[in-house]
Ligand binder design. Structure first.
Ligand code: FPP
Length: 228
């Protein structure tokens, strides 16, 4: 079965550039190019929700020069792609603390969300200035403020991913085998797939391999095997 929701940690842009003696910014640009084609391929495979980790709260501690380069890529991406996504019926949804971004970037991103609302083909969720622990704490604090006792369901609806199903498959490129503060609550039962491929080298074919691995797994959600 095709997963309904696929999430990707796009890691390895810097190392991809280093291998080619290019500046890190060239790696992020190559990553953006790959991200645009890959997300199209993911929706073509029948996936409804695709979440991509573009910037973590921890990434915001990187040198200002690298961050400025990334912010410039975000501007370019949203300005050039919002209308294309809208035409294709893809809704953009952003998770993360946009207050941590320069004001003009925040406005461009929010405009992208506004203009693509109601798309029926799929939802592209971009995690920008996102951190799962911060997301969980903010949900906990909201529940406390509102004097609410929460259930798994009601807690999920206090998170920035409200209304989005939990990811079925989470892929991390770039060799590291960890979640790095990404969707910690939502990925409790998610199938994980790690690959050594650096993100700009993570081709559609490589994605198909991850999909194949997912379809071959048996998901039991902690229950015993059903022999019926
Ligand atoms: C991690 O690689 C990647 C990032 C911090 C940025 C991801 C951004 C993009 C793929 C492109 C732009 C995104 C949008 C939404 C337009 P790294 O720099 O940590 O690589 P390294 O581990 O090899 O140093």
């Amino acid at each position: 079965m095709v997963p309904r929701h696929v999430a990707v940690i796009m890691d390895g842009n810097g190392r991809w550039a280093k291998k080619r003696l290019l500046p890190r910014s060239a790696g992020h640009r190559a990553g953006m190019k790959r991200m645009i084609s890959l997300s199209e391929h993911i929706f073509d495979c029948g996936v409804e929700f695709c979440t991509l980790y573009a910037l973590s709260t921890e990434n915001l501690k990187r040198p200002q020069e690298e961050l400025d380069g990334l912010f410039e890529l975000f501007r370019e991406y949203f300005i050039k792609n919002t209308q294309t996504l809208k035409k294709k019926g893809i809704t953009l949804r952003i998770i993360g603390n946009l207050q941590l971004l320069p004001e003009d970037v925040r406005e461009i991103i929010q405009k992208g969300e506004e203009e693509t609302k109601g798309g029926t083909r799929g939802t592209l969720v971009l995690a920008i200035a996102y951190g799962a622990r911060q997301e969980i704490l903010s949900a906990v604090n909201r529940a406390i403020r509102e004097g609410k006792e929460v259930s798994e369901e009601s807690f999920s609806s206090l998170l920035s991913t409200e209304g989005i199903p939990d990811p079925d498959l989470l892929i991390r490129t770039g060799k590291e085998i960890r979640l790095s503060n990404f969707l910690l609550w939502q990925s409790a039962y998610t199938e994980l797939y790690f690959t050594d491929k650096l993100f700009p080298d993570f081709t559609d074919k490589e994605f198909d391999k991850a999909l194949k691995s997912y379809t071959e797994r048996e998901r039991r959600f902690g229950k015993v095997e059903n022999k019926g």
